[in-house]
Design a protein around this ligand. Sequence first.
Ligand SMILES: [Zn+2]
Length: 254
Amino acid sequence: MSLSPARLDRFARHIVLPEIGGAGQVALASKHVAVIGLGGIGSPALQYLAASGIGRFTLVDDDVVEGSNLQRQTIFTNRDVGHGKATSARRWLANFDDALDASISDSRISSENAGELIAGADLVLDGTDNFATRLAVSDACVAERTPLLSAAVGRFQGQVGAFAGHLADEPCYRCFVGDAFDAEDCDTCAEDGMLGAMAGWAGSFAALQAVRALLNGVSALGDPQYGKLHILDGLKPGLRTLNLSKDPACKGCG
Ligand SMILES: [Zn+2]
């Protein structure tokens, strides 16, 4: 596979980086990322993943755009209010770069359909806002042997972690949070609030970590950082990193 002159020009600032190079850019064009949740995290993440030339997307969200989303969900505009997020996201993607391929689902993701929705993806980026969904996505990633970037944000804090529970020594998201939230919807965004730019930071940082994981074994930037959880503090501001370990008793990956 090679890149056309127009694509070489579009991605020139990537290709000139020794950490990515032509080989890295060609690899990104061949990758398929499933973005689960197209809200505060998924919107900026999709913008930077699409801008980085990843060739194929699966976009999953069962929600409808509301006026109060526009404070942080940057791919949507006034005309999208009342329309499905997945459909609106595909429209954004087609306007941005029609060389990229997208399939969409407006089903609510659950343990029943998660495996089917992420099938074939090289990486899953989960920006959904409740533990039950996040655990269902994590379990499906372990079963499908797909790396997972999980990102969350609230108020002035964000978390971005990379998981590969299908590997013998790497934790899954369930190793990190446990089983306690399986049946519970812990969405507190509506009550607690969130600085819009915090979602942008967490989402774009998740996109950076996704690119790093996708280039594993391809170019010098490749380093999936599995088992590392980055905590983003927008008030201080600062970033700290925790190392997570695999739970041998985990019911997702143990
Ligand atoms: Zn686990």
